[in-house]
Design a protein around this ligand. Structure first.
Ligand code: GDP
Ligand code: MG
Length: 456
């Protein structure tokens, strides 16, 4: 259980990830911090906005606690008492001081809180988690005197920029109108959303920018996959898109009755722990008979339903408003003139990984990480060296195959798609390495380059 202490004189709140002993703090780092409030304005915790200098291993002690969550996409470390989504996130003017021990493990965090946010009433919900401070407060022994702390400028909550940022999975069977909707939503914003010439030709995410929000629609890789049966593939797409999403929108065609495929996709959507929106498309079209609304509702429960016509534009602004209202607060993840986020390197690694999963069976499960090690644009072709990291020697054997046959297969299938995506000739130089247990070993993750930013 995480614990807190409040030092009224210093105006600080301390969050303990472990019981501190004096002298345990070896060094400190500063990071931006935010205070998390519930609906009633009570403090329920804090959020640190970390960057890729921090490794998972350093967060070991913090992540042991039930109330502590790391959102890899943003580098946000959230530490709160209640298993509830904070309603207000208040950025703090002074950075948090993060205490680390000699083993570089984060021990606790000190934040400076404006006076009006640490009244007894505001701190009411933290009360059960408060430890009393006496003069021998362990946390401060190895620290600077509190009076040396930077003075804090009070920032009123209602003057904070309320920017909603997050990922939206748009799922649904073929022909319900997903592409039309995305084009309509992004197309309306051409003034501020302009494609960058250098980005990949396969837009994997559509980014909708508004003054108050950045909505990132997830379109899972593999959409050009020709081999699966289409139905299976759509269910698979839904399954893959959902874990990354802050909101799931399931789109259906209200002018026709639900099919078995709608039911199967809905079954995936029901497993999402985030808000689920039912998007009833094609309201401009007269249903074949009666109304299918109840039948689609029954595929829920849904947090919200919105009737739209992606073709005529009816209901689209309502849909976007409903989405935005349910996204967490944050800072823009992409420049506001960007429509797609994927780097070419990442795309190529993903395409290779996809081929690995396609051509190998259960013996090479998801323990595959593909890294781009070298990328050289040459006159004839772009030379790309990649490593496929697996956990076991036996998996390495499978991936290479007899006489290197499997690796060749993976390579040529990947090359074909990479060339299509990049629009020029490539040479893929693929290596396979076995790194036992890399998935479970935070140090190895850091070593592989899986620092926080890469988990976006
Ligand atoms: P996707 O497969 O889900 O991406 O669906 P598409 O966006 O490709 O749309 C499939 C077909 O439905 C196209 O012919 C669209 O013009 C049509 N369509 C999409 N939205 C609407 C709508 O709101 N009303 C009507 N009448 N047709 C639509
Ligand atoms: Mg489509």
């Amino acid at each position: 259980m995480i614990q807190f202490s409040h030092d009224p004189d210093a105006g600080t709140l301390y969050c303990y990830f472990t019981e501190l002993e004096s002298g345990q703090t070896d060094f400190e780092l500063e990071y931006p911090a935010n205070l998390l409030l519930d609906k009633a304005g009570h403090v329920i915790g804090l959020r640190l906005d970390l960057d890729d200098e921090i490794t998972l291993a350093q967060l070991e002690l913090a992540l042991e606690h039930a109330g502590v969550e790391l959102d890899m996409r943003y580098g946000h470390l959230r530490s709160s008492i209640a298993d509830e989504t904070p309603v207000t996130v208040i950025p703090l003017e002074a950075p948090a001081l993060l205490d680390f021990d000699v083993d570089e493990r984060l021990l606790g965090v000190d934040i400076a809180v404006p006076a009006d946010l640490r009244t007894p009433e505001r701190l009411e919900r933290l009360a059960p988690y408060m430890v009393a401070l006496d003069d021998e407060r362990p946390a401060t022994d190895a620290r600077q005197p509190a009076t040396d702390k930077p003075t804090f400028q009070h920032a009123a909550p209602d003057t904070q920029p309320a920017l909603h940022v997050g990922f939206v999975a748009l799922v649904g069977k073929p022909n319900v109108g997903k592409s039309t909707l995305l084009n309509a939503l992004l197309g309306q914003k051409v003034a501020i959303v302009s494609p960058r010439p250098q980005t990949t030709r396969v837009p994997l995410r559509g980014i909708l920018n508004r003054p108050d929000a950045q909505v990132i629609f997830i379109d899972t890789p593999g959409i050009h996959e020709p081999r699966h049966k289409l139905g299976q593939f759509m269910v698979e797409l839904a399954r893959r898109a959902i874990p990354d999403a802050d909101i799931v929108c399931m789109m259906v065609d209200i002018s026709t009755p639900p099919s078995q495929l709608d039911e199967r996709i809905a079954a995936q959507v029901r497993r999402a722990r985030v808000p689920r929106l039912l998007v009833l498309n094609k309201v401009d079209q007269r249903p074949r008979e009666g109304s299918y609304l109840e039948a689609y509702r029954a595929l829920g429960p849904w947090d919200m339903e919105v009737a739209v016509s992606a073709l005529t534009g009816t209901g689209l602004s309502t849909l976007v408003d409903e989405i935005v209202a349910r996204l967490p607060f944050g800072e823009r993840l992409y420049a506001d003139d960007q429509v797609s986020d994927q780097s070419e390197q990442h795309l190529v690694a993903e395409l290779v990984r996809e081929k690995v999963l396609r051509f190998t069976n259960q013996e090479v499960p998801h323990s595959v990480a593909v890294e781009v090690e070298e990328w050289q644009a040459k006159e004839q072709a772009t030379y790309i060296r990649l490593t496929i990291n697996v956990e076991k020697e036996s998996q390495k054997g499978i991936l290479i195959g007899a006489g290197g046959e499997m690796l060749k297969r993976i390579g040529s299938a990947a090359r074909e798609e990479v060339e299509r995506a990049l629009g020029h000739t490539v040479y893929l130089d693929i290596w396979v390495k076995a790194r036992p247990n890399w998935r479970n070993d935070p140090a190895s993750l850091g070593w592989l380059g899986y620092r926080l930013k890469d988990w976006k």
